[in-house]
Design a protein around this ligand. Structure first.
Ligand code: NAD
Ligand code: MG
Length: 385
């Protein structure tokens, strides 16, 4: 039995991970589960899988969690430090499925103790990639990508000969607005933006998929996960989302990982690694799909992808500023305060106003994250409808 901690257990990725745990009795012992504020859902999940420890990030949810766990023998805790405690407890694997930079400290806590980390929380790598990688080198922690594209790349990548890789090609579904004009996007509602044509995911990543910021964050994520130069990263739009990404080698060979769009495939791969286990995912039927299409991304209609690409090239704190501004802008869009097209403007204006520079440690990352959130908040107020 391998011991696992699942951070962000009530979310889309967390729930799919728990589905795999339930389908494979005897494979994983759940050490800890965490959530932000939904104490009842967390307690139900903890009881169902027999977790030892359950923590909510929001201290106000502590009473509800204690009550919901009464008589279960499951330890309850609350607050951001309790989420880090869940990551520090002695598990073999930590699945980090918290959304946003809130996942940074807990992920780092798991990395620092040398755990195997199934990483879904891409924002952590975007805002603190070099800090996380330096900590992993020091502790011997292993990072296994859960994000479907990076999981595909991991599966196709020749880890013994990284120098033989010429290009990494990330595929992108194009999101719900792939064929929309900017004028049409200006009228887009939150429901429109969250209506992803292929994947069913949490609200924040769904909006990121509509702006293509998700692909921008994924470029930066790939830059930190794989030892390949920035100029060897590429994006191609592939509406069917069957090819999850590709690795091109110096001899011209291109290896791809294919599958139906079911996150349980990459989640199971990371959670069971180095074994492969069965999943209930629908099998790929290429004849039924008929055709696979590919097209170049459109930076004019989707400026977020360009902003992310530029931030990746700028390095230092630019990706952290980009990520923080995007989190603030997307939250404001979801709350109905700003329009869909305000998202890229808020991110661009924040990048233009917050001074960027090198980042060497966690405290510097957190300081820049805070400054960027404040600046993005000002931009939101200027545009609030
Ligand atoms: P979600 O919104 O469905 O769930 C997020 C989880 O994080 C919830 O359990 C929530 O309680 C917890 N959380 C949120 N804020 C928190 C805070 N401040 N402190 C502690 N916990 C907090 O998100 P999701 O779609 O499952 O995505 C999770 C991560 O995985 C994101 O980084 C996303 O980019 C990445 N990812 C998701 C998918 C997907 O299919 N959903 C695919 C690839 C990558
Ligand atoms: Mg992805």
């Amino acid at each position: 039995m391998r011991r696992i901690a699942i951070l962000g257990a009530t979310g889309s990725v967390g729930q799919q991970a728990l589905d795999l745990v339930a389908r494979n009795p005897g494979r994983w012992q759940v050490e800890a589960l965490t959530a932000n504020g939904n104490a009842q859902a967390l307690a139900d999940a903890a009881r169902a899988c027999g977790a030892k420890f359950a923590a909510v990030g929001d201290p106000a949810a502590y009473g509800a969690l204690k009550e919901a766990l009464a008589g279960s023998g499951i330890e309850a805790a609350a607050g951001p430090e309790a989420i880090c405690e869940a990551a520090r407890r002695p598990s073999d694997i930590v699945l980090t499925a918290i959304v946003g930079a809130a996942g940074l400290k807990p992920t780092l806590a798991a990395v620092e103790r040398g755990a195997t980390i199934a990483i879904a929380n891409k924002e952590t790598l975007v805002c603190a990639g070099p800090v996380v990688q330096a900590a992993a080198r020091a502790s011997g922690a292993v990072l296994l990508p859960v994000d479907s594209e990076h999981n595909a790349i991991f599966q196709c990548f020749d880890h013994d000969q990284p120098g033989s890789v010429e290009r990494i090609i990330l595929t992108c579904s194009g999101g719900p607005f792939r064929t929309w004009t900017r004028t049409e996007m200006g009228q887009a509602s939150v429901a429109d933006a969250c209506r992803h044509p292929v994947w069913s995911m949490g609200a924040k990543i769904s909006v990121d998929s509509a702006t293509l910021m998700n692909k921008g964050l994924e470029l930066i994520e790939a830059h930190h996960l794989f030892p390949v130069g920035i100029d060897r990263l590429d994006v191609v739009v592939h509406p069917q989302s069957v090819v999850h990404s590709m690795v091109e080698y110096v001899d011209g060979s291109v290896l791809a990982q294919l599958g139906t769009p079911d996150m349980r495939i990459p989640i199971a791969f990371a959670m069971a690694w180095p074994e492969r286990i069965a999943t209930p995912a629908t099998r790929l039927d290429l004849c039924a799909i008929g055709r696979l299409e590919f097209e170049a991304p459109d930076f004019e209609r989707f400026p977020c992808l360009k902003l992310a690409w530029d931030a990746m090239r700028a390095e230092g704190s630019a990706p952290c500023i980009l990520n923080a501004a995007n989190e603030v802008a997307v939250a404001a869009f979801i709350a109905g305060k700003v329009g869909f097209l305000d998202i890229d403007t808020i991110v661009a204006e924040t990048l233009a106003t917050v001074a960027s520079g090198p980042v060497g440690c966690l405290d510097e990352v957190l300081e820049i994250d805070l400054a960027a959130r404040a600046a993005a908040g000002v931009q939101v107020e200027l545009r609030t409808r």
